[in-house]
Design a protein around this ligand. Structure first.
Ligand code: NIG
Ligand code: FE
Length: 423
């Protein structure tokens, strides 16, 4: 006898597929009309992958309800793919609520950073924290993200800036990956800031000659699995040349290039990313037209972070120019002690209001395109046969309520499903 199917979600008012032809990302007009089935059902097989999706009548005729471990009657609900958060810094100790008041009083992000706060403050506390404390904090944050509909999340290291703490952070991410249902893409970000008392050259040498070789050994032995490499390429942090050498070394180790660029100053980071075959560049508030064109050609995803521009009162990233040029636009929460946001629905709302994206564009950016930015769009980011069964069920007559309703979405997200299991 064949094993039972895991889950039937039946009679949903709408099932939002996002795309239906195996696309790995959406651009331009294809982002305007995400595919939707009215009155639909979804079948998740015993392997946790989507086995069928379509009109409720068709699915009802094909599958007997008795063959399912669990059936959810989704009458009055909408089904969407689980959300993908393409950029977070969720492993740290010591909040920065005091800096929020400094920034509200007029201090800029770099004023606080240069005064020894910002990333440096978090580094000090994270170095001092036990792995168990960091893990407990990480798990709590990931749970909040999951409740807000995130089923795949990128998690960075980067508050160690030296071997011991960077490894501690990556091990904590690895532990969460092994024990929690949420899907994790892990990123080494040892070049997140220049440690106090070091020059850029010294910090770059430490990453290249000390941290990366050890990371490679940990990866080869199977003790750690890391997916991406990140650098904060910014004036006063890592310049273009040091960024290039670190990203190239990471690429040689098999890591995807996914880095912070063109945030506070135009650095030509977009052009560098395109040249290196980066999968994604985040921020891009200050990207130039040439940078946008290069990213569109190279199909390097732009991970836009509306929370950062909002909190720091930066100019908004030029989402419309990027969309018009055919860039693969994705979204991330940028969760970190500066931007304390666990909610992708809120991120989509900000992207629509402040960056002038449509709701369909924002949803595509927070699902299939965010999965593409993490090299996972063949398995995640849409409701398509054979993809992982990651869904959210929304108590609302149309899917757009997920974005339209400002805050309080935990109350309308009735179920989050990961790999066919209700979590
Ligand atoms: O993406 N810009 C650099 N990194 C983070 C902020 C990290 C922090 O301030 O702790 C970002 O916004
Ligand atoms: Fe960041």
């Amino acid at each position: 006898m064949s094993p039972n199917h895991k889950l039937l979600v039946k009679n949903a008012k709408q099932v939002v597929l996002i795309c239906s032809n195996g696309e790995k990302y959406l651009t331009k007009a294809d982002m305007q009309s995400v595919s939707v089935v009215e009155n639909g059902s979804v079948v998740i097989g015993s392997d946790g992958r989507i086995k069928a999706v379509g009109p409720a009548e068709t699915i009802g005729a094909q599958f007997s309800e008795a063959s399912f471990d669990k059936v959810i009657d989704a009458t009055g609900m909408c089904v969407l793919p689980g959300l993908v958060d393409a950029h977070t810094h969720p492993v740290w100790s010591g909040d920065r609520v005091h800096e929020f008041s400094m920034k509200l009083a007029g201090a800029s992000y770099m004023d606080v950073h240069r005064a020894g706060g910002g990333i440096h403050f978090t580094v000090e506390h994270t170095r001092a924290a036990a792995a168990s404390e960091l893990l407990a904090a990480l798990c709590g944050r990931l749970l909040r993200m999951q409740r807000a509909g995130t089923t795949l999340v990128e998690c960075k290291s980067g508050y160690g800036l030296e071997l011991h703490t960077e490894l501690k952070m990556l091990q904590v991410i690895e532990e969460a990956r092994r024990t929690l249902p949420i899907n994790i893409s892990s990123t080494y970000c040892g070049a997140h800031a220049v440690p106090r008392g070091k020059t850029v050259a010294e910090a770059t040498r430490d990453v290249l000659q000390v941290q990366l070789p050890r990371l490679q050994a940990e990866m080869s032995s199977g003790r750690l699995s890391v997916d991406n490499i990140d650098v904060f390429c910014e004036r006063g942090v890592f310049d273009l040349d040091s960024t290039r050498s670190i990203l190239q070394a990471g690429k040689l180790m098999g890591l995807n290039i996914n880095f912070h660029g063109d945030e506070l100053h135009p650095m030509n980071a977009a052009q560098l990313g395109a040249e290196l075959g980066a999968l994604a560049i985040s921020h891009l508030e200050e990207v130039t037209d040439e940078g946008i064109a290069a990213m569109a050609r190279a199909k390097t995803a732009a991970v836009l972070l509306p929370t950062t521009a909002y909190i720091l009162r930066l100019p908004q990233p030029r989402a419309r120019a990027m969309l018009d040029a055919g860039v693969v636009v994705a979204l991330g929460s940028d969760f970190n002690p500066n931007a304390y946001c666990c909610s992708m629905p809120l991120v989509m709302h900000l992207a629509c209001v402040n960056m002038r994206m449509s709701m369909s564009e924002a949803l595509a950016a927070a699902t299939i395109n965010a999965a593409y930015a993490l090299g996972r769009s063949h398995t995640h980011g849409s409701v398509e046969v054979n993809k992982q069964g990651d869904l959210l069920l929304l108590q609302a007559p149309r899917w757009e309520h997920l974005i339209y309703q400002l805050g309080g979405h935990q109350e309308i997200i009735r179920y989050v499903v990961i790999g066919g299991n209700v979590v």
